[in-house]
Design a protein around this ligand. Structure first.
Ligand SMILES: NC(=O)c1ccc[n+]([C@@H]2O[C@H](COP(=O)([O-])OP(=O)(O)OC[C@H]3O[C@@H](n4cnc5c(N)ncnc54)[C@H](OP(=O)(O)O)[C@@H]3O)[C@@H](O)[C@H]2O)c1
Length: 420
């Protein structure tokens, strides 16, 4: 492949949640600007979810140090931080990884749906920022289609357990008689919806809060639960025994001081499940007597157990991905040669038109029907001469033969930098 597709990532597989959150890129618009200017990538897509921060890039020659430097400056990190957390793959392996992402195979909850939507959003914002181009747009569009097909045919997403129900299950496993405890959900987004659905299904009463009371009210109308004022919650954590926290707040909502006060004022302990990344609960609260804190890492452990039941489906999906990767790789390699093919067709066609006009002038032909026949003849001659070598060049490119592209460029006077 003349162009390299690369994937640099920090994910929950290698990094616990408190490490992962340090790699978060906060301002995506600015990030795309910086990556375009400094990373040495010609195209770039950033995927950022609670379990992963990933950069997909396209470049003829890339320099991982430049990518790390750009990422480090955006996240406010030392480059050293990447040493134990960064995974880097290219070409075939990068395509393979993207298919694992779109089909849900690399998710903490295998087969979960959210990642597909998150990837669609990522390529949409990369397109908007003009950070992705022909290669990554094609790659992502194809990978999303393949991932959707795999999900539909394999049933990988069926019978799975959501992050929300996993958190509820953890609460059930750790708390005696959860039914009699006061439960609070902080947040009214996607994850809170999953938690609320699970609580509702299992018959628990719960309160819901979000910064605006109207939003909590609307949420409770469809998801169940009782809305409570955000300010009342922040000053009165003692009113609750179990907290599910799922917000995108960029600071701790559940602080050491607030929970210390709550524990002093209430009878009994408290369980806090922080589903957020970055975390919204200060890890220090775990040091307060009577407080049990769990975060996304603990949920990951539970998923591992849940995974065993689904291993058969995973194997099927892996097999499909292995077949799809080679098809995807061939279309990416073909893209490398498309500018040359287009250019050759365009040049030859303009020669054809020029010569046709000359000949028609010499003939003094006025009959539209005859002119049409001569024109079609010139097109057919050009097509039959050019299409075979062009298809052969395409095939050679699909098979990863870079020499033939170089030779064809020289032969047809194609400017080399247009292929870069
Ligand atoms: N989506 C997933 O697949 C997934 C899976 C596991 C974990 N997570 C993590 O879970 C968290 C929530 O994700 P989500 O997908 O549910 O997000 P979301 O749908 O965007 O919802 C975000 C929630 O955060 C609240 N919020 C934002 N800023 C806040 C602030 N300063 N103070 C208080 N509340 C604030 C919003 O409430 P108001 O604006 O109404 O106040 C909203 O309810 C994130 O940290 C995410 O990384 C997501």
């Amino acid at each position: 492949m003349r162009q390299n597709i690369i994937n640099a990532r920090v994910t929950f597989r290698n990094s616990p949640i408190h490490v992962l959150e340090q790699f978060t890129i906060r301002d995506l618009e600015d990030a795309y600007e910086q990556f375009k200017k400094y990373s040495g990538l010609d195209e770039c897509v950033i995927i950022q979810t609670c379990n992963r921060i990933e950069i997909f890039g396209k470049s003829k020659k890339y320099d991982i140090e430049k990518i790390k430097k750009t990422w480090a400056s955006l996240a406010g990190l030392e480059e050293e931080a990447f040493r134990e957390n960064l995974e880097l793959v290219e070409n075939n392996e990068a395509l393979h990884h993207l298919l694992k992402l779109t089909s849900g195979l690399d998710s903490m909850v295998v087969g979960e749906e959210q990642i597909l939507g998150q990837i669609k959003n990522s390529i949409t914002s990369a397109r908007k920022a003009k950070a992705s181009g022909q290669h990554l747009n094609t790659l992502f569009d194809k990978a999303i289609r393949i991932g959707t097909r795999i999900r539909n045919t394999s049933g990988i997403g069926r019978g799975g357990i959501s992050v929300g129900s996993m958190a509820v299950k953890l609460a059930e496993e750790n708390i005696d008689e959860l039914k009699f405890k006061k439960i609070l959900v902080i947040g009214t987004g996607e994850v809170s919806t999953l938690v609320a659905k699970s609580l509702q299904r299992r018959g628990y009463d719960f309160a819901v809060t979000s910064r605006t009371l109207d939003r909590s009210k609307a949420f409770c109308e469809t998801m169940g639960g009782s809305p409570v004022k955000f300010e009342d919650v922040l000053s009165g954590f003692e009113n609750y025994d179990v907290l599910f926290v799922a917000t995108t707040a960029p600071y701790f909502l559940v602080t050491f001081d607030r929970i210390t006060k709550a524990i002093k004022e209430k009878k009994g302990g408290m369980m806090i499940l922080d589903l957020s990344n970055p975390r919204t609960v200060d890890e220090k609260v775990a040091t307060i007597g009577g407080v049990k804190l769990m975060n996304l890492d603990q949920i990951a452990e539970m998923v591992e157990k849940n995974m065993n039941a689904r291993l058969n489906k995973v194997k099927t999906v892996e097999n499909i991905i292995n077949e799809e990767v080679s098809v995807l790789e061939a279309s990416m390699k073909r893209l490398d040669v498309e500018p040359l093919v287009k250019d050759v067709f365009k040049n030859i066609d303009s020669l054809r038109v020029k010569e046709l006009e000359k000949a028609l002038q010499m003939l003094g032909e006025k009959d539209e029907k005859k002119i049409k026949i001569i024109e079609e003849l010139t097109k057919a001659v050009v097509e039959s001469i050019v299409s075979t070598p062009m298809n052969n060049i395409r095939k050679a490119s699909e098979q990863g033969d870079p020499d033939i592209i170089e030779t064809a460029s020289k032969l047809f006077g194609y400017k080399k930098n247009e292929l870069d």
